[in-house]
Design a protein around this ligand. Sequence first.
Ligand code: ZN
Length: 219
Amino acid sequence: MELNFHFTDKRTEQIGTMYCIGRNYAQHAKELGNAIPDEPIVFLKPPSAYLANGSEFSIPPFSKSVHHEVELVVVLGSDCYKITPEEAKDCIAGVGIGLDLTLRDVQTKAKEKGLPWAVAKGFAGSAPISDIVPINLVNQNINNLEIELYINGELIQKGNTNEMERTVEELISYLSTIFILRKNDLIFTGTPSGVGEIKSNDKLKASLVGYSTLNISVL
Ligand code: ZN
């Protein structure tokens, strides 16, 4: 499975591990009744969960509540382990917009029982991601980018990466103290407030404003 880079750079890259960060926006943590954690909450999606721009998404039969979470997605351009936030800047290959699709009912049960989130977060199709914009074409601080989600033309989620509790570089540095990060791994950096259910026939349009757009149809 390959990830497209766009604009002047038509490379495609194999997709690596997807690291996802929970509760990185205070307003979203609050809306689900969660505290901001002392350390980032980390969970994974398998590379095969990737859904390309323009794809159709099928709601899995084992959930009655699929939630959208629009998020800045960062692609790593090199392997890194135990690096500082300053060093992390050099590891970023590009950015895009993604949806951390979540089976909220399955996740709520898992939370209650203290069980893992693998099913709720890593099921097939749970990671739609736009084409990736190479970092040299992003002429703004990536910690000050607007992200939006429209459903059927209506603005549903809106945030700015400057609202994140931890910057992209801090997240990469933190992850690199635990995991051996590799070129083409992806990081979902957390969602702003406004999460909610998606329904059959919804048209989802997520945007990294000014840079990249993701269109997904719900079957
Ligand atoms: Zn998320």
